[in-house]
Design a protein around this ligand. Structure first.
Ligand code: SAM
Ligand code: DTB
Ligand code: SF4
Length: 337
């Protein structure tokens, strides 16, 4: 069975409606987004995920923003797939620091079948610790998605990255349709979908409308929507792209919140160069998830202590994990015994 992810005949949010949201006066948009946020979520809770690059660099794809593409000289140390034990040590450390979800990323076009036993062991080990699991490994076949789901993977991250109409300017080695096909496989496998994109790639506001439209009109929008601000890495073709107006970044978060009210919207890459005030505005606009810990995949992120301090200053509490980790399952079983 295939699940239609992006059916133009089933539009829930017209391009005009999304464009009208972007065009609202800033305060009107933020007011509307914050109202939606309060209707659907606890207003002062933020989900906390930690990222680990389990296989770094030497990626055959040509994503123009990415420090891990083999095509650009970014002076990144490449590394083979990590050993399971090392990954579990990092996951343990993330849990001690306060993360409730552990996201493992690999610089692959797609995983190979020979990688599956190790990936499986990583998923099982992280679940044993009582953390939610997420992976981002590139394109997945239906069989691979089913295998990861059966190992207990809770979320799969695969971003559409940008508007279908702008996509070809950024990536040429895989199509927008390839991305939708992977998301379709992830959805059909029963895993939760994490998909969003990057703002600040040189796109127009009209491209951001089309980007949000592609996500919000999915039959079931992603449970998790990362909105990354481009991290400009020297050596990539995007290193000198013009900054976007930070208010347009906040507008994108607000429109994502309004159009995907049930989804967690993640304030993702780019926080290292954002002020505390801008991040507070992003939380007000409806962002309720972050990457936590000093590194994203290969680039810097605020250190845990500075995020703890920010949460304290804003009265924000980390969100408790959903009841789908191994530990919660056991707790549930015990409660029902
Ligand atoms: N290789 C896999 C893939 O592309 O699906 C998984 C890892 S890839 C690094 C995951 C996502 O990170 C990309 O889709 C992109 O949205 C984001 N990303 C990569 N480099 C970035 C950068 N310089 N700034 C912001 N986001 C970035
Ligand atoms: C996502 O949307 N952002 C994360 C995660 N999914 C895998 C990655 C951001 C990467 C930023 C550049 C780097 O650190 O290499
Ligand atoms: Fe490879 Fe993913 Fe980077 Fe693209 S975004 S170059 S697929 S690691």
């Amino acid at each position: 069975m295939t699940v239609k992810i992006h059916d133009p005949n089933q539009v829930k949010w017209s391009k005009k409606a999304i464009s009208d949201l972007f065009a609202l006066p800033f305060n009107d948009l933020l007011f509307k987004a914050h109202q939606t946020h309060r209707e659907y979520f606890a207003p002062n809770e933020v989900q906390v995920s930690t990222l680990l690059s389990i296989k770094t660099g030497a990626c055959p794809e040509d994503c123009k923003y990415c420090p891990q593409s083999a095509r650009y000289n970014t002076e990144l140390e490449k590394e083979a797939l990590m050993e399971v034990q090392q990954v579990l040590e990092q996951a343990h450390r993330a849990k001690q620091t306060g993360a409730t979800r552990f996201c493992m990323g690999a610089a692959w076009r797609n995983p190979k079948d020979r990688d599956m036993p190790k990936l499986r062991a990583m998923i099982e080990g992280v679940r044993e610790m009582g953390m939610e699991t997420c992976m981002t490994l590139g394109m997945l076949s239906a069989e691979q998605a089913t295998e990861l789901a059966s190992a207990g993977l809770d979320y799969y991250n695969h971003n559409i990255d940008t508007a279908p109409e702008f996509y070809g300017d950024i990536i040429t080695t895989r199509t927008f349709q390839d991305r939708l096909d992977t998301l379709d496989n992830v959805r059909s496998s029963g895993m939760k979908v994490c998909s969003g994109g990057i703002v600040g790639l040189g796109e127009e506001q009209s491209d951001r409308v089309l980007f949000i439209s592609a996500l919000a009109n999915m039959e079931t929008p992603p449970e998790s929507v990362p909105i990354n601000m481009l991290v400009k890495v020297a050596g990539t073709p995007m290193e000198n792209v013009e900054d976007i107006d930070p208010f347009d970044f906040i507008r994108t978060i607000a429109v994502a919140r309004i159009t995907m009210p049930n989804s967690h919207v993640r304030l993702s890459a780019g926080r290292e160069s954002m002020s505390d005030e801008l991040q507070a505005l992003a939380f007000f606009a409806g962002a309720n998830s972050i990457f936590y810990g000093e590194k994203l995949l290969t680039t810097a992120n605020p250190v845990a202590e500075s995020d703890q301090k920010l949460f304290q200053r804003l009265g924000i509490k980390p969100e408790a994990p959903a009841c789908n980790s191994k530990q919660s399952e056991e707790a549930r079983d015990e409660a029902h015994a």
